[in-house]
Design a binder for this molecule. Structure first.
Ligand SMILES: Cc1cc2nc3c(=O)[nH]c(=O)nc-3n(C[C@H](O)[C@H](O)[C@H](O)COP(=O)(O)OP(=O)(O)OC[C@H]3O[C@@H](n4cnc5c(N)ncnc54)[C@H](O)[C@@H]3O)c2cc1C
Ligand code: FES
Length: 265
């Protein structure tokens, strides 16, 4: 778990505010886990792993503040600090039908999960990916190459796929399911809460990835503790199952800023 400096081996522009950075390092990670990425004199922040082939790992990053703005200026050959992998991962199970529900950069860790499970016997995947509009849909091209995976794209404005929300498609799939699927989700918290509510309604197994502000990444600082269980999402999460998610009081209601103040959704 010692910090390492890792070299950028490739950068892909996904859309104007999202890039995927590949780092040459054998991370030995599992889908759902994250790394703490450090840029000297700026900060360190958590990022979900979007791919890991044993030689390079990828992080798909949305540009939003000091660290990600600086990261967007880096070039192939530049280095960053990385610690991890940390946290819990999604279940990797044979003979299971997965329904994946992704919003925004949540498509990245779920596409990593898809590449891991698609070769297992008896696995099929319905992958629901949503965005506000066509140009913001992430990973559609990469997902098309994954065997046994069917994509259901949704956009708020109807510019690609079906007009509407990812949860509209999820409800149809859950209603018509012939076997018990495993629903896995990653994206904005209110979307994840809506997914959880549907899984409760249809009594479906479910795994969610919960994002909280993180400082250390391994259970020391308490920054990522959730009310009212006090569990740290960097070690007991970010991936939690339905039973645990239902016990997290603050889920879908509020999170905390860097100073610990409650921010209502
Ligand atoms: C487990 C985990 C996995 C993540 N994976 C990814 C990923 O794959 N790709 C990606 O782009 N980002 C991811 N993030 C979020 C990423 O860590 C933040 O975007 C990061 O803080 C950006 O740093 P910054 O300095 O650029 O902006 P900051 O100044 O830190 O943040 C800009 C704004 O975003 C808010 N914010 C930052 N982090 C969070 C958070 N965790 N929860 C709620 N609001 C927050 C801040 O309050 C602020 O308003 C993940 C976070 C967690 C906890
Ligand atoms: S980030 Fe420090 S305890 Fe979770």
């Amino acid at each position: 778990m010692l910090p390492k400096t890792v070299k950028i081996s490739k950068i892909i522009d996904e859309n104007p505010s999202v890039k995927t950075f590949y780092f040459s390092h054998n991370l030995k990670s599992k889908p759902g886990q994250f790394v703490m990425l450090w840029l000297p004199d700026i900060d360190q922040k958590p990022f979900s792993i979007s791919s890991d082939d044993g030689e390079n790992f990828g992080l798909t990053v949305f540009k939003r503040g000091p660290l990600t703005e600086k990261l967007f200026t880096l070039k192939v050959g530049d280095r960053a600090g990385s610690t991890g992998p940390f946290g819990t991962c999604y279940s990797i199970l044979p003979n299971r039908h997965y329904i994946m529900v992704a919003g925004g950069y949540g498509a990245a860790p779920l596409s990593f999960l898809s590449t891991k499970i698609c070769e297992l016997p008896g696995v099929t995947i319905d992958f629901i990916v949503g965005a506000r509009s066509k140009d913001l849909l992430l990973f559609e091209d990469r997902l098309k190459l994954i065997p046994h995976l069917k994509i259901h794209a949704t956009t708020d404005d109807g510019s690609a796929g079906r007009k509407g929300r990812v949860t509209d498609v999820l409800e149809e799939l859950l209603k018509n399911a012939t076997s018990k699927p495993l629903v896995v989700t990653c994206g904005p918290e209110l979307m994840e809460k809506a997914v959880l509510d549907l899984c409760n309604k249809y009594d479906s197994d479910c795994e969610l990835s919960i994002e909280r502000q993180m400082k250390c990444g391994f259970g020391i600082c308490g920054q990522c503790a959730v009310d009212d269980l006090g569990l740290c999402m960097c070690i007991d999460g970010p991936v939690v199952n339905r039973a645990l998610a239902n016990r997290i009081f603050e889920l879908g209601k509020y999170h905390r800023d860097k100073a610990g103040n409650k921010i209502n959704y």
